[in-house]
Design a protein around this ligand. Structure first.
Ligand code: BDR
Ligand code: CA
Length: 319
């Protein structure tokens, strides 16, 4: 039996696609359902992209459900600048026969978590609106969750603002619901996300493959370039969201620490995850403040070995 039964929440997205390719191929991961949220592309596009990625991976039938079209409070602000209008950087994939679940994302997540034969890890790779609604409408899921592992936030700098990372910036209230939920939470933030890269020779090798999943992985990696200016894109090869899955399967390659963490909801810092890394913790009760939730934060990694873990799983598609 696979060691990691998971449900995935995605906004597919070039790197969500890499994460799906990794998760469905890894022998120790059992993807029980995928919920979609608007983010890198519109909700409709995210659902279609998710199905097409599952096709490329020749994945078995995995229920995919549509969820939130917008964040809890704000209007949606898509990440087109980086992922293209279609979310997959213009990669054209064949049409799909897969159809979305009749359940909403929240209903599907509840079903797959509560009805499971074991506790399940919820892996969030997108703005956390679906997850926040799940925890609010169905608090009973907490007892059935092993952990919520989310890609989002940062213990360092941001990408959308100086301090805010896209997924948390898009729906900071939802991220607050997740962190404050009482479920064990691990944050795989932007500071580690940007460091996990695959050498270009592997991306080119995969892109030239006859296997649809390998070819897609290669094409996606080749599109994960720097966007510093309008000049020619430089290969960067970040596996992005897929890194959170590599952490799930290979935690020994990463360094984590428990830190009180809170989402900044106001002003120019809105969307920042404030990770209190002070070694001498302040006593919140003494200071008359709300205690902050302590979560597990991924802070460091062995880049070479983590990249190899990703490459190994992509290699296995054509083994
Ligand atoms: C996150 O935002 C999206 O662009 C990526 O898919 C990733 O989940 C990085 O900030
Ligand atoms: Ca994503």
């Amino acid at each position: 039996m696979p060691v990691h039964p998971i449900v995935l929440d995605v906004d597919t997205g070039t790197d969500d696609a890499l994460a799906i390719l990794y998760a469905v191929q890894h022998p120790d991961v059992d993807v029980r359902g995928i919920s979609c949220v608007a983010g890198n592309a519109s909700l409709e596009q995210v659902v279609a992209n998710t199905h097409k990625v599952l096709d490329a991976a020749s994945a078995p039938e995995i229920p995919v459900a549509a969820g939130a079209v917008k964040p809890l409070i704000e209007r949606t602000r898509q990440e087109e600048a980086f992922h293209g209008e279609d979310g997959l950087g213009g990669i054209v994939l064949p049409g799909t026969e897969r159809t979305p679940s009749r359940l909403t994302a929240v209903e599907l997540l509840r079903q797959q978590i509560v009805d499971a034969d074991t506790t399940v890890t919820l892996v969030g790779l997108a703005p956390q609106t679906n997850i926040a609604m799940l925890l609010t409408l169905h608090p009973e899921v907490a007892d059935h969750l092993e952990r919520i592992l989310f890609m989002g936030g940062s213990a360092g700098t941001g990408n959308i603002t100086a301090v805010a990372e896209f997924n948390v910036w898009q729906d900071p209230e939802a991220a607050t619901c997740v962190i404050e939920s009482g479920v064990p939470v691990t944050m795989y933030g932007l500071d580690v996300f940007t460091r996990l890269t695959v050498p270009q020779k592997h991306a080119e090798r995969f892109a030239a493959s006859d296997h649809p999943a390998q070819r897609l992985a290669g094409e996606l990696l080749l599109r994960r370039g720097s966007r510093a200016d309008g000049s020619q894109q430089e290969y960067v090869g970040q596996i992005g969201d897929a890194g959170a899955l590599v952490y799930l399967t290979h935690p020994e390659l990463f360094t984590t620490a428990s830190h009180p963490t809170r989402v900044n909801l106001s002003g120019i810092g809105r969307g920042q995850t404030i990770v209190d890394r002070r070694t001498v913790a302040q006593d919140a009760a003494e200071l008359g403040r709300d205690p902050w939730r302590t979560i597990e934060v991924v802070l460091d990694l062995d880049v070479t070995k983590a990249a190899q873990a990703f490459i190994d799983v992509m290699n296995a598609y054509a083994a």
